[in-house]
Write a protein that binds this ligand. Structure first.
Ligand code: SD4
Length: 306
């Protein structure tokens, strides 16, 4: 529906990302441009979990996952992409300039370079280097709820968000066009080649312009197994509010996991075609950033396990 623009994104990193998106949405720009520019802000920040400053896989290599989807069922995705600063832009280029939806690993990097994206040094950020050395002491793969590695990354960037994670963003522009994006370095110290939900259309992100959009963060494997973002959109299609749809999807994951639900975090954000938003998490601690003006507001999400 035509009206005021809205942007919703995951975690506190979403505040800066939303500001980036609003520069485009505020003056009447296109939602797709906004969700790309928005998460590019986070990709460029030094953080544990998004972009080249992120924590590496267990072999010490940073591999990035990202995707984007517009208001006409077009989508693009890259997974296990190395040494490229803005994976979301590579995903968009793939969507717009090729007949394909998804490229992975060396092929994704080859495409990016051919499109003029710079091949960055393979070097880890200082924080990631420290976290990786710490992790190597035990080499245990145990994701920490909410922030897979806040304990190993206590010192965030100066002035930057300390607590952030995968960024997913959904936007509707003044003309009522919906778009979404998602970008991450994935779970810290993951197995080499592991791909999470974030670059998988229908799991980490889904946009149906006639219904709404949804995105996920948290333990990607558990989002993939129930087609998370697509499930949220289908629940909205059946008449649920964005909030109720997110809650029902989280409840489904909790039912699938049973007693193990307490060991993971998953969360969804949603935005319907009328501009209404919702969010729901499995555990306490998920926050999301919402913009309906140029001043983004951080909200604590409702959650299931009390
Ligand atoms: C993944 N969903 O790779 C992402 C990471 C994330 O909280 O959101 N972590 O599984």
């Amino acid at each position: 529906a035509k009206g005021r623009p809205v942007v919703i994104s995951t975690w506190d990193a979403g505040l800066n990302a939303n500001r980036g998106a609003w520069k485009i949405l505020g003056p009447g720009g296109y939602a797709l441009d906004a969700v790309e520019a928005g998460v590019m802000v986070t990709e460029a920040e030094q953080s544990c979990c998004v972009g080249l400053g992120g924590n590496p896989d267990r072999d010490g290599i940073v591999t990035l996952d990202a995707c984007i989807m517009d208001d006409q069922y077009n989508c693009g995705s890259v997974a296990a992409l190395e040494r490229i600063r803005h994976p979301v832009s590579v995903a968009r280029r793939l969507m717009e300039r090729t007949p394909h939806v998804m490229l992975v690993g060396a092929g994704a990097q080859q495409f990016a370079v051919a499109q003029g994206f710079a091949l960055e040094p393979a070097q880890l950020s200082a924080d990631a280097e420290r976290a990786y050395k710490e992790w190597l002491k035990t080499s245990q793969y145990q994701p920490v709820i909410n922030i897979e590695n806040s304990k190993s990354r206590p010192t965030g960037p100066v002035g930057g968000p300390q607590n952030h994670d995968t960024i997913a963003m959904l936007a509707i522009d003044a003309q009522g066009r919906l778009s979404g994006s998602c970008t991450t370095s994935g779970m810290g110290f993951k197995m080499r080649g592991r791909v999470g939900d974030s670059p998988i259309i229908g799991a980490g992100l889904f946009v149906d312009p006639t219904v709404g959009a949804a995105a996920a963060t948290g333990q990607g494997e558990d989002v993939i197994r129930m087609a998370g973002a697509h499930t949220v959109v289908e629940l909205m299609r059946q008449g649920r509010s964005p909030q109720a749809a997110c809650r029902e999807a989280v409840a489904r994951i909790a039912a699938i996991k049973g007693a193990k639900a307490k060991d993971i975090q998953v969360a969804f954000i949603a935005l319907n075609a009328q501009g209404q938003t919702g969010s729901f998490a499995l555990q306490k601690g998920f926050s999301y950033s919402l913009s309906t003006t140029d001043m983004p507001v951080l909200h604590n999400s409702e959650f299931l396990l009390k």
